[in-house]
Design a protein around this ligand. Structure first.
Ligand code: NAI
Ligand code: AKB
Length: 342
């Protein structure tokens, strides 16, 4: 199934969402989705689960940008009570009332084990992390959450025979990684604690797979664009913030240079890819970690696209040196041996 690739379509999809609330900009009937493009609500190919054989899913770090959307999608497929969101933060009302939520700190091994045992968890989706910019601002905490926390997750998953999904990132590449295209298997020498911790996760997951038979699955996500959930402190956050600022104030200050081209993906496509990889038969996986890709653009191009809908948008640049340095290497090229969804 195709991923919605173009910047134009992504901008329309974000601006159409109730949260961005820019309904007047483009009427739905002019969007022109092809029938092959599906939203996260659609029921796509692959396995269908009966009441008896559905997975019991736990999502860690579920209150971030991606977890709530993934829970919604999985609950439609496996039933509301079979998908438990967890985090260390207090959930907003609409999340708390939409399905099971539980407190879980991934640094607390015994608490994690209790949750997995008491809830008969079979699939674990590990979203807790400190992202690239906040990770660089607090390296000890990023090391604890992204590395020590991951060790807890791996041990619990191996001990209880869970299927484990851990996302990696374009931040797992570095200055010596080949570009255009960047293969799934290549040199990875990132220079951020976030990138290093994600390479560590990829390698540890693969090691546990071969050593203990752990069903470890991983996709390297690009920067994710969403309308109704806020990003948690990454380098690609600007591509979400621009929509909110454009609508609220008509003015956006970008913390990356106008020509910083980064790989991005619309959230529905990311979540669909995640479910497809989660549900894929084990024998169809030839590797444990795959790149996924949709489109690449820079701040200037995104601003131009948003201006087609909100012509008054003013964009200024106040470059953040740390984010800019991180962004320089979050790059991979198009269409090369990544998870075959397109
Ligand atoms: N959003 C994106 O653009 C991308 C995300 N990813 C990965 O996807 C996953 C989810 O990303 P987002 O939802 O954007 O992250 P986020 O930063 O929005 O959310 C992370 C969540 O982890 C939680 N957390 C922090 N410390 C914790 C602890 N000790 N125990 C339990 N939870 C804890 C936070 O409270 C937060 O809700 C992350 O692993 C991230 O690295 C990868 C590439 C791109
Ligand atoms: C691409 C990512 O992993 C994340 N959005 C970040 O910018 O840190």
């Amino acid at each position: 199934m195709p991923v919605v690739r173009t910047l134009t379509r992504t901008v329309k999809r974000v601006l159409q969402s109730p949260v961005c609330g820019c309904q007047a900009v483009t009427s739905v009937r002019f969007i022109g989705f092809s029938p092959r493009q599906v939203t996260s609500d659609a029921s796509f190919h692959s396995v269908s689960f009966s009441e008896a054989d559905h997975p019991r899913v736990l999502i860690t770090g579920g209150l971030g940008q991606l977890g709530v959307g993934l829970a919604k999608l999985l609950r439609k497929r496996y039933g509301n009570n079979n998908v438990i969101l967890s985090d260390i933060r207090k959930p907003p009302d609409h999340v708390f009332h939409s399905g099971p939520f539980i407190y879980s700190d991934i640094l607390d091994y015994k608490n994690l084990r209790e949750i997995v045992v008491n809830n008969r968890i079979t699939w674990l989706i590990h979203y807790s992390a400190l992202l690239s910019a906040v990770g660089e601002a607090n390296v000890p905490l990023a090391r604890a959450v992204n590395i020590t926390g991951l060790h807890n997750i791996l041990d619990i998953a191996a001990e209880h025979g869970l299927r484990l999904f851990v996302p990696s990132t374009i931040g797992a590449f570095g200055p010596t990684s080949p570009r255009n295209p960047t293969p799934d298997l290549c040199i990875q020498r990132p220079r951020t604690i976030y990138g290093v911790s994600k390479v560590h996760a990829e390698l540890m997951g693969e090691y546990y797979h071969y050593r203990y038979g752990l069903d470890f699955r991983c996709l390297r996500y690009p920067g994710i664009i969403s309308a109704d959930s806020q990003p948690g402190g990454g380098t690609t956050d600007y591509a979400v913030q621009i929509f909110h600022d454009a609508i609220k104030s008509g003015r956006f200050v970008c913390n990356l240079k106008p020509d910083t081209r980064l790989p991005m993906m619309y959230i529905d496509d990311c979540l669909r890819a995640t479910v497809e990889v989660l549900e894929a038969p084990a024998e169809s996986l030839t590797m444990r970690t795959y790149n996924i890709n949709a489109m690449s653009f820079n701040p200037e191009e995104l601003a131009q696209e948003v201006r087609k809908h909100l012509p008054e948008l003013e964009v200024a640049y106040d470059v953040d040196a740390v984010r800019q340095a991180i962004g320089e290497y979050m790059v991979y090229g198009n269409r090369y041996n990544y998870w075959n969804l397109l």
